[in-house]
Design a protein around this ligand. Sequence first.
Ligand code: PMP
Ligand code: GLN
Length: 406
Amino acid sequence: MQPQNHLLSAIGTTIFTVMSALATEHGAINLGQGFPDYDGPEDVVKAAADALLDGRNQYPPMTGLPELRAAVASHAKRFYGIEADPNGEVIVTSGATEAITACLMAVLNPGDECVLIEPLYDTYLPVVKLLGAIPKLVRLNPPDWALPRAELAAAFGPKTKAILFNTPMNPCGKVFTREELEFIAGLVAKHDCYAICDEVYEHLVFDGMPHIPLMTLPGMRERCMRIGSAGKTFSLTGWKVGYITCDRSLAANVAKAHQNLTFTTAPNLQRGVAVGLMKDDSYFQGLSTSLQAKRDRLGAGLKKLGFGVLDSKGSYFITTDFRPLGFNGDDVAFCRTLTTEAKVTAIPVTAFYADRADSGDEGPDAPSHYARFAFCKADHLLDEALERMRVWLEARGQLTAAVGRG
Ligand code: PMP
Ligand code: GLN
């Protein structure tokens, strides 16, 4: 048999699927894959359920139902002052995952360079490579995940077509500041390229920090493709409804990419999301307030157990350093052991870094002593997970040692 696509053959099953399967196998509390264990707002779910019964179940318009496109544009105006024409500057996709691929397809030709920021979401690199483009990786390092400006500037060059980045950022909870975004905007303008802005956690920002779309910065309106996800904004990750807002000069190609990927997205879910995006400000505020309380609950508990807990300013996730517990293995070993022995699942952070070979340099390997925990779970489950880890650590004789040091 002839070899199949070498890029796909070379990658494994996503870490989220692997760890969720391991969690199920071992009866572990799954703080790995980022999905809430509670349902989204009832009115949104009900709108989608009702929509199944009123005879609009055939293909919706290719770029999305008019009511959802209008709601996406109105939401962008309400929260960020972005003016977008719902008929020509908004495209609805089957999840942000599809949106990311569609935006990359819209602008990249084989041989173009695409700047990516590590730690990165697991679909970015394979898709850039599948399109024949060349990833240029720039690494953020814990514990502060600061943007290395000189390295970022050096990653841009005459072949750069786009940068793809994520704020608030999975897995590290970094929220890009205005100054950092201004620096990125300067590079995008200087190199006459595009920015694909993965903003799926736009409403999960904590401690009063603002979420700033790059698209709102001077000169960026025509260059940015801004991506949102109903999965995150309405705690309905299984729905897979995403939306892209971009200038009409880009939207035509983005729509053609979508046309060739999925063509349309389930109409009843679109109608539910349209109801969601028109909800009062209090809904969106309540979402971040409730997630911030969960971050604090899990973060404080992990700290008490002896983990090094890094700051999380946004997203569903908190990153922890497990070395203070006295665990000497790497993050994959830690997360497996935690799952099989403590019956709590986390995600190894190295999963968000490319192999060094991909970045074409001889730099150091990715940090391998961090585990990512998702806090988008019922409080009692977070408490139960902490209790399981306490019992496990106590049995290993490491709790007192860790706390004693701390
Ligand atoms: N980008 C990031 C950073 C994510 O964490 C996720 C999580 N699912 C996605 C994109 C994909 O979103 P969706 O489920 O809407 O495809
Ligand atoms: N975004 C989720 C996470 O980071 C997982 C999405 C997926 O499983 N593909 O956990």
